[in-house]
Design a protein around this ligand. Structure first.
Ligand code: AP5
Ligand code: ZN
Length: 215
């Protein structure tokens, strides 16, 4: 089963994607994670996108479509793929349909996670990530069980994202509503859209994702 998790910054796409990976053995393809990896390993492309990401603007369609095509060519996702943070423009959505069709595959569902702007701000400004395993935490809604130690891997070093400032977030939200929200209509027209309430406990939202995928 190939699915898209669609929603604004902080909607919980990454959090729910990681659960689906653990529970179902699906593969998570996050263009945000791929771009951050390119940035931290200092590749040419990483250097090129760093400032764009820090502002909260979109990287070019060409770059992100290339990243996804590369993963699909390497055979990602026999048990299904979760597209997280991709597609983000109509051109990316068209490209994804074509990339999957060319490989004899297709998209099965698009889960739209709805969260209001106030909740997004507090989610994003409280987020931090384990440097070792990538587990995502939150100061109040998902704190560490033991101070200073990752629950998953015992790691002791954590990072806050450069684009998780209030200013960058304002821009990311504007960009989401301008460039990405039109995909809701696009996938509604393709009959693959399932919208869920993304507010509530992580566990509760996971239950809604599960029901949406079963429907
Ligand atoms: P990307 O990395 O994709 O960021 P994003 O879409 O802004 O989404 P986030 O990762 O911020 O949020 P999320 O929905 O995954 O939330 P999370 O689960 O972490 O993109 C970053 C940048 O890369 C873009 O701005 C752009 O520059 C570039 N880029 C990436 N893809 C691109 C593309 N396709 N085209 C062009 N450019 C692209 O949760 C957030 C926090 O809330 C966490 O702390 C979590 O613990 C907490 N939380 C989660 N669920 C709940 C809950 N139910 N209740 C309470 N707290 C919760
Ligand atoms: Zn960890």
């Amino acid at each position: 089963m190939n699915i898209i998790l669609l929603g604004p910054p902080g909607a919980g796409k990454g959090t729910q994607a990681r659960r689906l990976v653990e529970e179902r053995g699906m593969v998570q393809l996050s263009t945000g994670d791929m771009l951050r990896a390119a940035k931290s390993s200092g590749t040419e492309m990483g250097k090129q996108v760093a400032a764009v990401m820090e502002r909260g603007d979109l990287v070019t369609d060409e770059i992100v479509i290339g990243l996804i095509a590369e993963q699909l060519d390497q055979g990602a996702g026999e048990k299904g793929i979760i597209f997280d943070g991709f597609p983000r423009t109509l051109a990316q959505a068209d490209a994804l349909g074509e990339l999957l069709a060319a490989r004899g595959s297709k998209l099965d569902a698009v889960v739209e996670m709805k969260v209001d702007a106030d909740a997004l701000v507090s989610r994003i400004t409280g987020r931090f990530t384990c440097d070792n395993c990538g587990e995502v935490y939150h100061d109040t809604t998902k704190p560490l069980s033991v101070e200073g130690k990752c629950d998953k891997c015992g790691g002791t070093s954590f990072t806050r994202r450069a684009d998780d400032t209030e200013e960058a977030l304002r821009n990311r939200l504007m960009v989401y509503y301008r460039d990405t929200a039109p995909l809701i209509g696009y996938y509604y027209a393709h009959k693959s859209l399932r919208s869920i309430d993304g507010l509530g406990e992580i566990e509760e939202v996971a239950g809604r994702v599960k029901s949406a995928l079963a429907s």
